[in-house]
Structure formats: structure tokens, C-alpha cells
Ligand binder design. Structure first.
Ligand code: UDP
Length: 474
């Protein structure tokens, strides 16, 4: 429901019992008493999560699956999204870039930026304060919502700020963004970061929690798909020309059947050749994900003259809080068009429709599954959910040793980490190594699946989540 400055995002409850499939009966049974105790404890409270977009990007992805299990566990968890005008999202994108030590649009985080930020959040603060009750718990996600911490405290809520982004070695630009945000962030009672290196200076360590992100094994993005379903979804998306042998179907989060009905917007000279190797990167169109760099790696350093490259991202019109998407896609497009004809013919730019978020997820699922090598060439990365998603699908992943990616991949065992992702020949060599040795690639895929199963599945973190909330309200 859209009420003006904030929008409710409905989340269908899913019983955590689902995880018996992964954890086994005993593993799941061990969780049940704690889940029941927590839901009883939180019975009279609403746990709010506030973010700046319901689609596109890791935060939306994680909230959707995490909250469905929290709701399924009997807790009244809700998700609301704040709106904002173009100047607000320009400032927040600048914050996002600066927090990664990147200049972004090059403009300053000065008093004028501060006014834009605070003014845009004022209406959301009033609306939220009208529905949040004293004792409720409010999770604010990322820089976009940090300015709501003070107003939510004033409304009597217990407030946490969760920062999903960060950089291993912050410099003056990142620290400048911290200084801009610090007065807002300090209003929260606790702070959550994805990794220790991301914790800001000057926060009381006893109120900082570390929570790595997780993926949902059963969501349309990660659920098992048969080879026929993968082929059918690729064909329905418009990527391949083949006649599908099965319908392009998947299972929706609520258990109902889903079907891929829409085609992707594809910039290619012809259909994808599935007989040859496929290299894929799925990401928002963001310079820090470096799709242009991967294009260059493919053109200049990938030895195979048959492999295809899929650069995949969301329809740039659809991601509300990312004003740079269209410009980045345009850069990649120009790079592709400048390639020699033969190479260009093996590069496919794919913009996925976002009208139905689960249909979009099923397309990502099929694309990751059809890849022989998944790349995440990010120059900086808070976590990089796409890495865990591909690892879960037993894909060998090549990625930079940056941010949260290095927590996921054990180099040489469950994927390949390239020390400097800006070093194009090294990225190319890592891809070549996997394409040339399918057996090693297959073993890495199996190890990758095991690593995600033990470390990065949503259910593994649900008890931590309850414990944190309880620690706060105690
Ligand atoms: N994603 C998607 N559709 C797309 C492109 C990306 O659903 O067309 C998802 C991707 O599968 C992942 C999330 O967006 O779940 C991106 O999260 P990540 O942590 O990799 O990066 P972020 O976008 O948060 O920087």
C-alpha cells in the first residue's frame, strides 16, 4: 500500500519448517524451541524494517526472504520502503559511492546535501511515527534511512541501523561519508555490519553486531531448477532461440506456480550458443560492479574464441534508488558496440524485467545455472549476494578479493579470488583456468555449495536475529 512518503511491502509468511530439507529433522528440531520462545517474547511488538527500495539489489533480496521466515515463525515483522525525489537519491548514491572510497558524481557532502537528505526524510519520519508504537523494534537499512533513527527513537521505538556496505581500508572519502552520517547513525541504539573491517570508528563496540548476509535456498532465485526448466526460462526470456521442451515454470515463495511470461531486453547479435561455454555476471548496472571491465577482460584476455559473455542486470528504469544505472548500461553498450564483430557477437547485454520480482528472480536463477563460470568483478563489495547465489548453484565463481566476497570464497577451494580485480589479465587468467579445466571447476562448484550450506543460508541466522532483538529490548 502506498500512503505517500512510505510504502508497505507485503511479505508472504513461509514456515521455517521448510529448512528440514536442508538441516534434516534433528537439525531443524533443535531450532524449534528457540524460535517458539522468541516469537512468544515478541508477541506484542512489531519489528519494522525500513529500506529505500523493494526491488533490485541485495538489501531488497535479503529482506524479502529473511522476513518471510520471520513472519512464518510467528513474529509480526513488516517491511516499509521510503520514497524520495531525484536530489535525495543523488545524495544517497553519492554516500553509497563515497562509503566505497569512490567519488561518485564528484559533488560534495556539504550542508546543502544535508538539507536535501533531511528534508526528504522528514515526511517519511512523520508517517512512520504515526504507525510505530513504543516498544516496537525498527531496523533501518543503509545510509538512505539512517536519518530516521532520531525520529524513531522519539516515537519510543528501539532502533538498530544496519549498514550493508563498507570498504576494507577506508580513506578520506569514506570517512567523509561517515562524518556526514554519524549524527544520524549515533541516534540508533545498536549497529549491524556485515564484517569486522566495515565497522566505523567511534562506535561503542559493545553495541556493534556482526551479521553476514544470507541467501534463501528455496526462493525463486535459488530453488532447484531442472535442466529443462533452465532451457525453457532462457528461451522465454529471449536469450536462446531453442524450442523449449518444458514450460518456463518455477515455484513462487508462497508455494503457488509461477511462469516466466515476459522477455528480457537483450542487446545481442543473435541467440546465445549454449553448446559453447558461458561466462556470466549478474549485477545492478553500477560502476563498482565493473561490467565494462569484465567486457574488456572478455575481449582481450579470455582465450576461448567460442565462449559467450552474459552481462545481466535489472531494467534500469525499475530500480528506484539507483540514478546511475542507465548511464552505466550506456557505457557498457558503447563498449560492446566498439568490439570487433566476431567478439561482439558473443556478448549479450541482458536487462531483466522487474514488473514481477519473482519472475525476475527465476530468470537470474536460470542464467546463473547456465553459466560455466560466474564472475563478480566488483571493485568493492559489501557482501555480494550474487556470489553466494552462484555458489549455492554449484557454479565456480571468479571474483575480486574485496569486501564480503573474500568471506564467501575460500580461494582455490570454493572459487577463485583475484587479488586485484582491476588487474584485467589476472581476471582473464582465472576465467581461462576454469574453462580449461572443467573437472576442477566442477569440484569447486561442489565445495561452493557446501560452504553456502554451512555458512550463508537464511535459517542459520534466524536465531542470531532473535537474540539480537531480545538483547536490545532487554
Ligand atoms: N539481482 C536481481 N536481478 C537483477 C540483477 C540483480 O534480482 O537483474 C539481484 C541479485 O541476484 C542479488 C542482488 O540483486 O540478489 C544483488 O545483491 P548484491 O549483494 O550482489 O549487490 P548489491 O546490488 O546489493 O550491491
Amino acid at each position: 500500500m502506498k500512503s505517500g512518503a512510505i510504502t508497505d511491502v507485503p511479505v508472504a509468511p513461509v514456515s521455517p519448517r521448510r529448512f528440514e530439507e536442508v538441516l534434516g529433522n534433528d537439525g531443524y528440531a533443535a531450532l524449534v524451541p528457540e524460535i517458539e520462545r522468541a516469537s512468544e517474547r515478541l508477541r506484542d511488538r512489531v519489528v519494522w524494517h525500513v529500506s529505500s527500495t523493494a526491488r533490485g539489489g541485495g538489501v531488497a533480496e535479503m529482506l524479502r526472504s529473511h522476513l518471510s521466515y520471520v513472519r512464518g515463525a510467528g513474529v509480526d515483522a513488516r517491511w516499509v520502503v521510503i520514497g524520495g525525489d531525484a536530489p535525495f537519491f543523488e545524495v544517497t548514491k553519492r554516500l553509497h559511492n563515497n562509503l566505497h572510497e569512490n567519488d561518485g558524481d564528484g559533488k560534495p557532502l556539504d550542508a546543502a546535501a544535508g538539507r536535501i537528505y533531511e528534508d526528504a526524510l522528514a515526511a517519511a519520519a512523520v508517517e512512520l511515527a504515526g504507525i510505530v508504537r513504543p516498544g516496537d523494534v525498527v531496523f533501518l537499512h543503509d545510509p538512505q534511512t539512517a536519518g530516521l533513527a532520531g525520529p524513531m527513537r522519539a516515537a519510543g521505538a528501539r532502533v538498530l541501523w544496519r549498514c550493508h556496505i563498507g570498504i576494507d581500508r577506508p580513506g578520506p572519502t569514506a570517512r567523509g561519508a561517515w562524518d556526514f552520517l554519524r549524527p544520524f547513525v549515533l541516534e540508533a541504539e545498536a549497529w549491524i555490519f556485515s564484517r569486522r573491517e566495515f565497522i566505523w570508528d567511534g562506535l561503542d563496540d559493545s553495541r556493534v553486531w556482526l551479521v553476514p548476509p544470507t541467501i534463501d535456498a528455496f526462493s525463486p532465485k535459488n530453488q532447484d531448477l531442472s535442466d529443462d526448466a533452465v532451457s525453457a526460462i532462457l528461451a522465454a526470456s529471449g536469450l536462446t532461440g531453442s524450442d523449449p521442451v518444458a514450460p518456463p515454470t518455477f515455484t513462487r515463495t508462497d508455494g503457488s506456480p509461477g511462469r516466466v511470461n515476459r522477455a528480457a531486453r537483450i542487446e545481442a547479435d543473435g541467440p546465445l550458443d549454449r553448446e559453447a561455454s558461458v561466462i556470466a555476471q549478474v549485477s545492478r548496472w553500477d560502476r563498482l560492479k565493473d561490467p565494462s571491465g569484465l567486457l574488456e577482460v572478455f575481449a582481450d584476455h579470455v582465450e576461448s574464441q567460442e565462449a559467450s559473455l552474459l552481462l545481466v542486470g535489472p531494467d534500469v528504469e525499475a530500480v528506484d534508488d539507483d540514478p546511475e544505472g542507465a548511464a552505466v548500461l550506456a557505457e557498457v553498450r558503447a563498449g560492446r558496440l566498439a568490439l570487433p564483430e566476431e567478439t561482439r557477437g558473443r556478448v549479450h547485454l541482458v536487462s531483466l524485467p522487474m514488473d514481477d520480482i519473482e519472475e525476475n528472480a527465476a530468470m537470474v536463477n536460470a542464467i546463473q545455472r547456465c553459466a560455466d563460470v560466474v564472475v563478480q568483478k566488483s571493485l568493492a563489495e559489501g557482501f555480494g549476494l550474487t556470489v553466494a547465489e552462484a555458489m549455492w548453484k554449484r557454479r565456480p565463481v571468479v571474483a575480486g578479493r574485496v569486501g564480503g566476497i573474500q568471506d564467501q570464497i575460500v580461494n582455490g577451494v570454493s572459487g577463485v579470488l583475484v587479488d586485484d580485480p582491476a588487474d584485467l589479465p589476472s581476471v582473464g587468467a582465472a576465467i581461462n583456468g576454469l574453462l580449461d579445466d572443467p573437472r576442477r571447476a566442477g569440484e569447486m562448484g561442489i565445495a561452493a555449495r557446501e560452504r553456502v550450506t554451512s555458512e550463508f543460508l537464511a535459517i542459520g541466522r534466524i536465531l542470531d536475529y532473535f537474540r539480537h532483538i531480545e538483547a536490545l529490548i532487554d
